[in-house]
Design a protein around this ligand. Structure first.
Ligand code: ADP
Ligand code: MG
Length: 338
């Protein structure tokens, strides 16, 4: 299955995506019902009906890696942990229906704390019309662990993969980028101030939007509804969990295309821009590499553009055109609002 089993290869030399690709190479799909396994936002499974498919995705959140309970309220954490999974179902152009929740915890947590966590999860379930149908509970010696699997449905012909982008398609993003990252920088700064001088109240004034983007993100359900209403099927789609740079790279690599990203067309909110400057960060870099925006990044045929802009005036920003192969990035302007 794996060659060179006696050698030691450092994981750092592969990186996360390299590791996943390596594991994927050893996986053999045996069932004809498995239409798509590893490699997209969700797996696609065809059941008894030829027409409808099931979409399955899973995400794990670890205390100290993905969240910090010093500034992340448990209710928000519960909400976010559901939303990040639903976002992957929407990224396949599907509708999420159920979630399964696994938690690892210690007696550091009270019943009331877990109730808070679940109240956030259930609020997200209510908001997105999803059922919580089960899970698993175990003890953890390394902080809180939350592992959620989301299940969704779609018509087989509606499913949008990462690999369908065509030359000269438009690259679109459903909202502004970089805000969640700046929200995190702000929380980290105030945490440090708080730890240094516990009496001092955190200063979040005027930055509600950035905090909300970090602590209580939403999945772009309405974009999927608009795509359906307008009859537009993107040629490729992915949700932005790791940052624009990484996600466009996935679309380009899997579609065997390249792209040009025009810096001036990257949507960045004014508050993100201003706070980035305050932190001496480049706003474009925050948008490209920050991540956790949970916006949808998709490519469409140019002929579909008019149909979408009629409905998406504030949500859609055309960042650039897909190219044949070569990936270039034109960095010439500092910033531009959508
Ligand atoms: P996303 O950012 O959309 O959640 P990931 O980058 O986590 O996607 O995963 C990309 C693909 O790799 C998905 O198809 C996912 O199911 C698969 N994958 C991730 N980790 C593993 C793993 N440990 N074993 C098998 N498949 C994995
Ligand atoms: Mg994803």
């Amino acid at each position: 299955m794996f060659e060179n089993a006696n050698n030691r290869t450092e994981l750092g030399s592969l990186g996360e995506f390299g590791l996943i690709r390596h594991l994927e190479n050893a996986v053999e799909i045996k069932n004809k019902e498995t239409l798509k396994g590893i490699g997209d936002d969700a797996a696609v499974i065809c059941l008894d009906s030829e027409e409808n498919v099931q979409l399955i995705t899973t995400d794990m959140l670890l205390e100290g890696v993905h969240f910090d309970l010093v500034y992340c309220p448990l209710k928000h954490l519960g909400y976010k942990s559901v939303v990040v999974n639903l976002s992957d179902i929407y990224a396949m152009n599907g509708i999420p229906k159920q979630i399964v929740v696994g938690i690892g915890l210690s007696n550091r947590f009270s019943l009331e704390a877990i109730e808070e966590l679940y109240s956030g999860m259930l609020l997200a379930c209510k908001h997105y019309g999803v059922d919580l149908i089960g899970g698993d509970t175990t003890s953890s010696r390394s902080g809180l662990v939350i592992s959620i699997t989301a299940i969704g449905t779609a018509k087989k012909s509606d499913v949008v993969y990462r690999n369908g982008a065509q030359e000269n398609d438009l690259i679109c993003v459903s909202g502004d980028l970089g805000a969640a990252y700046l929200g995190l920088q702000l929380l980290n700064r105030e945490k440090k101030v708080f730890l240094d001088s516990p009496g001092v109240q955190p200063d979040f004034q005027g930055n509600d939007y950035l905090l909300e983007r970090q602590l209580k993100p939403e999945a772009r359900k309405e974009i999927i509804e608009i795509l359906k209403k307008t009859g537009v099927k993107p040629t490729a789609m992915i949700d932005i969990s790791d940052g624009l740079a990484s996600e466009i790279m996935h679309i380009c690599t899997q579609s065997d295309k390249g792209c040009t990203i025009y810096e001036a067309k990257i949507p960045i909110d004014e508050k993100t821009y201003n706070l980035a400057r305050e932190f001496h960060l480049d706003p474009t870099v925050c948008a490209m590499n920050g991540g956790e925006d949970y916006e949808l990044l998709f490519t469409i045929n140019q002929k579909d553009f008019e149909k979408l802009t009629a409905k998406l005036t504030y949500l859609l920003s055309v960042t650039s055109l897909l190219r044949k192969k070569v990936i270039t990035c034109s960095i010439n302007l500092t910033v531009k609002w959508h």
